[in-house]
Design a protein around this ligand. Structure first.
Ligand SMILES: Cc1cc2nc3c(=O)[nH]c(=O)nc-3n(C[C@H](O)[C@H](O)[C@H](O)COP(=O)(O)OP(=O)(O)OC[C@H]3O[C@@H](n4cnc5c(N)ncnc54)[C@H](O)[C@@H]3O)c2cc1C
Length: 332
């Protein structure tokens, strides 16, 4: 059974009655519904419901302000159609899925500890793992409400292998469930791929990858893709608190030998330690290292919102890098 969504002003699409939310139904139908995080945090999938009924999945989703709520705005990632509806939205081609998203059953094959808080989870599906480096999948952790977005850290492959680098967030229901309530052999629903901060193999520029915290997952994937693209230089900047929190070398494994420029930057390494590398915030190192070659670079970054904002300020305000050369994910 499907419900028909009429777009006020022209067009429409069908959404399966058992679809998880309007946003994913629209994307699966090939509609470029504006969106970013898919999990209620960013607010980019705001829309107006003109007629019909929709269930709200997460009333307190931070992507809507009080003002939005008063004006009747809704989030497509937190709304589920209960029948035919009319909605107001402006689809845009840039939001069209680059790879069609599917709901797959995934089996946890193994979990490898990377740091005290971060582990690499490897899942397998019966179907090939189709995505572009830098994209994310959505999972519903056992016992937690709603979905969580986790970025793939490997490359697409025919064997159906999906790797994710997940940080255990103190007090976080979803991430803790991934660590404590999933054991090898357990099954989980994996919906994806999503996201537009993916590797642009066609861009004729060097690849700059900047990661903070668990933002390292998609950055490892993009770095792997860049290493496989002839003629691209790769610059990787990893921001972490202490030396023990650095992950990139361990995640990249043997491929690390091919990386010429890796700059780890520590923000909270004890003053008296023998760390001879960079200290401070990761965007400060990017500013120092690349000021004279900005025009030759394509920028990719992922991490917590404050890091993402600092890098955006540097690239957009200080360096006026064209927006088409900037690709990022904020981890809400
Ligand atoms: C595009 C993107 C990619 C990401 N990639 C990674 C990654 O590769 N590795 C990684 O470790 N983290 C990643 N994250 C962050 C990750 O999705 C989680 O936010 C993080 O693991 C914390 O989740 P938690 O459940 O532990 O914390 P919680 O504080 O319990 O939940 C955090 C998030 O879960 C969602 N949520 C919470 N409650 C509800 C509810 N009732 N209904 C619906 N949704 C709810 C919201 O999005 C909220 O921001 C990514 C986030 C985004 C947006």
């Amino acid at each position: 059974m499907t419900y028909h969504m009429t777009i006020d002003g022209g067009g429409g699409f069908d959404v399966a009655a058992d679809e998880d939310c309007l946003l994913r139904g629209a994307l699966r139908a090939g509609v470029g519904f504006p969106h970013d995080c898919s999990v209620g945090g960013c607010g980019n999938c705001r829309f107006d419901l003109v007629a019909g009924e929709m269930e709200t999945l997460w009333e307190q989703a931070p992507g809507l302000s009080e003002r939005d709520r008063k004006r009747g705005k809704r989030l497509a990632c937190q709304s589920r159609p209960l029948g035919d509806c009319t909605i107001k939205l402006r689809p845009a081609a840039e939001y069209l899925p680059v790879v069609p998203a599917r709901r797959l059953e995934a089996v946890l094959e193994r979990r490898r500890a990377i740091t005290a808080e971060i582990a690499e989870f490897t899942f397998s599906t019966a179907e090939p793992a189709r995505f572009v480096a830098g994209q994310y999948g959505l999972v519903r952790p056992p016992g937690a409400e709603g979905f969580r977005a986790y970025s793939m850290s490997n490359l697409p492959n025919e064997q159906g292998e999906w790797r994710f680098v997940i940080r255990r967030v103190p007090g976080g229901r979803g991430s803790n469930a991934m660590f404590d309530r999933l054991a090898p052999g357990d099954r989980i629903v994996l919906d994806g791929p999503y996201g537009h901060a993916h590797h642009r193999a066609e861009a004729p520029r060097d690849v700059v990858c900047i990661a903070g915290g668990s933002g390292i997952g998609p950055i490892v994937s993009i770095a792997r893709a860049a290493l496989g693209t002839p003629g691209r230089r790769l610059f990787v900047f990893e921001g972490a608190r202490t030396r023990a929190d650095l992950c990139f070398p361990s995640l990249l494994g043997d491929e690390m030998a091919a990386v010429e420029h890796y700059t780890p930057v520590l923000s909270a390494e004890p003053e008296d330690s023998d760390w001879a590398g960079a200290r401070g915030f990761v965007h400060e190192q990017v500013a120092q290292a690349l000021a004279d070659r900005v025009d030759a670079c394509e920028f990719y970054f992922a991490g917590p919102p404050p890091m993402v904002e600092a890098v955006q300020d540097l690239l957009v305000m200080r360096w006026t890098v064209p927006i088409e050369r900037i690709h990022f994910d904020r981890f809400f």
